[in-house]
Write a protein that binds this ligand. Structure first.
Ligand code: DER
Length: 227
């Protein structure tokens, strides 16, 4: 389908930005996986040498190891040169909603430790304002999670605890995700501040001022935009 083709084009274009010797952050989701696969191929053909990677989720770590990509220890002992990751929604300021895949906390940790954060999307992810199309994923400690539901509702969201096999979805950290539908968010920075001030909220999917590059693939080809 066209969307998968665009995801592949965006992911593989971003993989071409990786240079030998780099420390590479590997994103999570169906677009970033194309970058990970392309990096593995480049290593196999010798086009790319001497890289080491850090994954943004256990799932990505498993896939990368299976593809033979050398992996860095989880404490991120070296600066990350480039991270390639997806997004659920991108606004004109290149700010993002992420977390559709549930990896938002490790994704943000890796992103904030990266010199370049390259976001890869199909054109369907572009949005005039964050929240227009996607709920905002909020990662919360299980302890007191229903009080977080009430808190998010008090901020104007319709809140759905994300379901998982056999009950509620668990992140790699064992926390829960509250998908919070705010609708178009007028001031993402202000909302992010309110979320970060709340005890028990461990992470959220607003990535503001974090992406350095955006690779968008669509009907009119591939565009690489820089912040
Ligand atoms: O969880 C995330 O933030 C992922 O990057 C993600 O939601 C993007 O997903 P997709 O590339 O599978 O659409």
């Amino acid at each position: 389908n066209p969307e998968a083709r665009f995801k592949q084009q965006a992911g593989e274009h971003a993989a071409s930005l990786v240079q030998s010797g780099m420390v590479v952050g590997l994103g999570t989701g169906s677009t970033a996986i194309f970058a990970t696969r392309k990096i593995a191929v480049r290593l196999q053909t010798g086009d790319l040498q001497g890289i080491v990677a850090i994954a943004t989720s256990r799932a990505t770590d498993d896939t990368a190891r299976a593809l033979g990509i050398p992996m860095l220890a989880d404490d991120i002992p070296r600066e990350i040169d480039i991270t390639i990751d997806g997004a659920d929604e991108v606004d004109p300021a290149m700010d993002l909603i992420k977390g559709g895949g549930g990896a938002l906390l490790r994704e943000k940790i890796v992103a904030e430790a990266s010199r370049l954060e390259v976001i890869v999307v199909d054109e369907g992810k572009l949005s005039p304002r964050l929240g227009t199309h996607w709920p905002l994923p909020v990662e919360v400690l299980e302890f007191g999670w229903r009080s977080q539901v009430r808190f998010l509702e008090s901020l104007g969201a319709a809140v759905t605890p994300r379901p998982g096999n056999g009950g509620l979805f668990r992140t790699d950290q064992g926390n829960l995700i509250l998908d919070s539908r705010f609708g178009p968010i007028n001031n993402p920075l202000e909302l992010a501040g309110k979320l970060e001030a709340r005890a028990g909220i461990i992470g959220h999917g607003l990535f503001i001022g974090i992406a350095s590059d955006l690779v968008v693939a669509g009907n009119d080809g591939i565009r690489h935009l820089q912040r």
